[in-house]
Each structure stands twice: as C-alpha cells, then as structure tokens.
Design a protein around this ligand. Structure first.
Ligand SMILES: NC(=O)c1ccc[n+]([C@@H]2O[C@H](COP(=O)([O-])OP(=O)(O)OC[C@H]3O[C@@H](n4cnc5c(N)ncnc54)[C@H](O)[C@@H]3O)[C@@H](O)[C@H]2O)c1
Ligand SMILES: [Fe+2]
Length: 382
C-alpha cells in the first residue's frame, strides 16, 4: 500500500444542535478573548451563544461577514486589521467556505511574522498563531476539516490557495440544523461541490484506499439526499446526510484533493465570478467523460455508489453514472451549459490558460489534460 498521511482537525463535533455545546468547549473556556467571524444569515443564531460566553466574563467580538463571492485579498486584509487590533486568543468562523477560509487565515496570520502574501502555495505557512474553531453552515466545501484556504487576488483574478497543516482547525463543528435556512440554489450548488470533492478524490491519480472509504460514503449520501434537501430545506434527515457527506468530501481534500473539475473551474470563479459550486457542477460531467477511459472501473464504482445498477461493462456503468449526475443537476436547477452563464467560445482559451496554471490540482487528474483538452471540455459545455 502507498504511503499516505491523514491529518484532521483536533476534534470533530457533529450532530443536530451540537452548536449549543460550543460555550462549554475548552477552546472557549480556556480563552479570554474570542473573535467570531459570522456570515450574515447566521448572526441571529450565533448572537445568543456569544452573549452567554460574554456573561462568563470573556471579551467577545463579532465581525459580520457580508462580502459576496469568493473572499479577496483586500477583504481579507480588512478583516486581518480588525483581528490584529483585537488580538483574540481564539477565532471562531461560522459560515460557508468563504467565511471559514478567512477565519482559518485570520487564526494563522494574526500576530504572525509571516505575511499572508508569502504563504500562498503548498507548505509555506509555518504555523498558526491563534486557536481556531470552524463551524460550517453550508454542506459543501468541507473547509471546516481541510488544511486549505482560498483567496481571490482581485488584481490578477487568480484564485490563490494556501495549503498547510497549520490551517487544520482545533475543532470543527458540523451541525445540520444550521443549514436548514440555506436557500435551494445554494443547497444545490454547495452540495454539488461536495459531490465533486468525493468523486475527484475517488477517481484521482493519487487515490488511496483510506480516503476511498470517505469518498464512496460521501458520494452515496449526497446522491441520495441532495434533491430532497433542495426541494424541502427543512428535511433534517436529508440535511444531516448532506452535512456528513460534505464532511467526508472535506476529509478527502487534505490527503488526496481534487483534480480536473476544480482545476478547470478556477477561471470561471476567479475571472467570471461564477460561484464555486455552480462552476464545478457544470464541469463535472464533462471532465468525467474525458477521464473515463483512464479508469473505467473506478468511474463505474462512483456510479454504483450513486445507486446505479451494474451494466454490461464498466464503461456503460460509468456513463449511466454521469447521466445520473446530469439528471440530478437538472432537477436541482443547475444549468447544463456554460453559455447560460454568459461564457462564449472567445473565453475558452483564457480559461484553459488559467486552468493550466493550477498545477497542484492538474497533476492529480487521472490522465494528462492539456490546454487543447481543456478547451475541448469547455467547448462541449457551451
Ligand atoms: N478551504 C477549502 O478546503 C475549500 C474547498 C472548496 C471551496 N472553498 C472555497 O469556499 C468558497 C465557497 O464557499 P461556499 O460554497 O460554502 O459558499 P459561501 O461561503 O460563499 O456562501 C454562499 C452564500 O450562502 C450564505 N449562507 C451560508 N450559510 C448559510 C445558511 N446556513 N443559511 C443561509 N445562507 C447561508 C452566505 O452568506 C453566502 O451568501 C469559495 O471561495 C471556495 O474557493 C474552500
Ligand atoms: Fe470545492
């Protein structure tokens, strides 16, 4: 068996209403100053918890996170200034991937002699300065359990990934009750992002049996429950399954990570501001069709995990799986083409150039993917 290193948050607290355990968490009880970074829709839920913590004599500051789209360098800097001023002992992020990525970087960079611009890339961030709790409120990115944070350089329009074990939270809280208010569109897009994490890990060039277990379980949970949560946001069973599925997707990110789908989506997010989950969802079938002949057996297993019955051969089974994904996306209101989002043939060469620069993910694709291949994949989705 190939060597793999599994690094995960210090603890994962998971379950309906587990957020109400937060005030007793020793990361909080042993801190004097706590900074909460909270997505606007969660403020009402978090305020009473913060009030309770304040009553026990601690200094609590809540920063509302109301930026739209992927967090930019400038936005992060404005948050970092506030955090440097307060000098918290512990940072708590409550929100989707955008909030959690910023909270992770705040905990890393507040009081750090390294500059955030010097830690972009893999393994450059040496240490985190503050304690960190990540509370996810979308069932998507898995950022609460991953060692990754992504910022958008608004000048170059490049998404910049920071990858380091120092970004693994001291605690991840996964409370499906927090996702009940997630609107259907965001439910669909973030759910498809989580599905991508699992599928890209399982069909990855560096797939590994330990991570395969997470990936297959995540694929099954998401395939069975995404449409249910999309059509009835209050379905707690479906929400719980998606929360779990997205956590499994997140656990795939550190040790194995994504491949061509996330790679080709970089430009769609960075340059055209298409949401992360939506871009990945549209690309997923196209990239899987391109990759299929590299490992028909593994692509067939993905289909089986989604509930597809075995066909004549692996390729047929895998193709039925890809059609299932297209059907699921359609039922959840996700468009089947990039042209609906305003992308034209003139944009494709630039998009492919951006993708070719994301070498940390490109190397994971199960077969070589050239600029011409990328253009062909995009073209079929126009
Ligand atoms: N760190 C990682 O491992 C990792 C992995 C994948 C993606 N990402 C990054 O994550 C970001 C995307 O995160 P996301 O897809 O979770 O979206 P998001 O964090 O941008 O949130 C999308 C919207 O949903 C709202 N929202 C969040 N939770 C809600 C709730 N419970 N109820 C109602 N509204 C709610 C937010 O306010 C926001 O308007 C991108 O920047 C992407 O690059 C990070
Ligand atoms: Fe993602």
């Amino acid at each position: 068996m190939d060597l793999i290193i599994l690094q995960q948050p210090g603890k994962i607290v998971i379950g309906e209403n587990c957020i109400h355990q937060l005030a007793e968490d020793n990361l909080i009880t042993l801190s004097d100053k706590i900074l909460f970074l909270v997505a606007t829709p969660l403020l009402k839920t978090i305020q009473p918890i913060c009030d309770g913590i304040s009553l026990s004599g601690k200094k609590v500051v809540i920063i509302e996170y109301d930026f739209a789209g992927e967090p930019t360098f400038n936005q992060f800097e404005s948050l970092l200034n506030k955090s440097e001023y307060f000098q918290p002992d512990c940072i708590v992020g409550v929100g989707g991937g955008s909030v959690l990525d910023c909270a992770k970087l705040l905990a890393a960079m507040t009081g750090n002699e390294q500059q955030y611009s010097d830690v972009i890339g893999v393994g450059l961030l040496r240490k985190r300065m503050k304690k960190l709790i990540c509370i996810s409120t979308t069932s998507g990115t898995g950022s609460e359990v991953s060692p990754i944070a992504i910022l958008l350089n608004e000048e170059t329009e490049a998404k910049s990934g920071i990858v380091s074990p120092a970004l693994l939270a001291d605690a991840a809280y996964i409370d499906p009750a927090l996702t009940i208010g997630l609107p259907p569109k965001i439910t669909a897009e973030t759910g498809m992002d989580a599905l991508c994490h699992c599928i890209e890990a399982y069909t990855n060039k560096f797939a590994h049996p330990t991570v395969d277990t997470y990936a297959l379980k995540g694929i099954k949970l998401i395939a069975e429950n995404l449409e249910k949560a999309y059509s009835d946001g209050s379905d707690m069973e479906a929400r719980s399954a998606l929360s779990l599925g997205s956590m499994y997707g997140g656990l795939c990110l550190g040790p194995v990570n994504t491949h061509g789908v996330h790679c080709l989506s970089y430009g769609l997010g960075g340059k055209y501001h298409i949401s992360h989950g939506l871009a990945n969802a549209i690309l997923l079938p196209g990239v899987l069709r391109f990759n299929l002949d590299a490992s028909p057996d593994r692509h067939a297993e993905v289909a089986i995990a989604m509930g597809i019955k075995r066909r004549e051969n692996d390729t047929e089974t895998a193709l039925a799986g890809i059609e299932f994904i297209e059907h699921l996306s359609g039922k959840c209101g996700i468009p089947g083409s990039l042209s609906v989002l305003g992308i034209t043939e003139n944009d494709l060469s630039g998009l492919a150039d951006i993708a070719m620069n994301v070498t940390r993910l490109l190397k994971n694709n199960p077969k070589a993917l050239t600029k011409e291949d990328a253009i062909e994949i995009y073209k079929k989705l126009i």
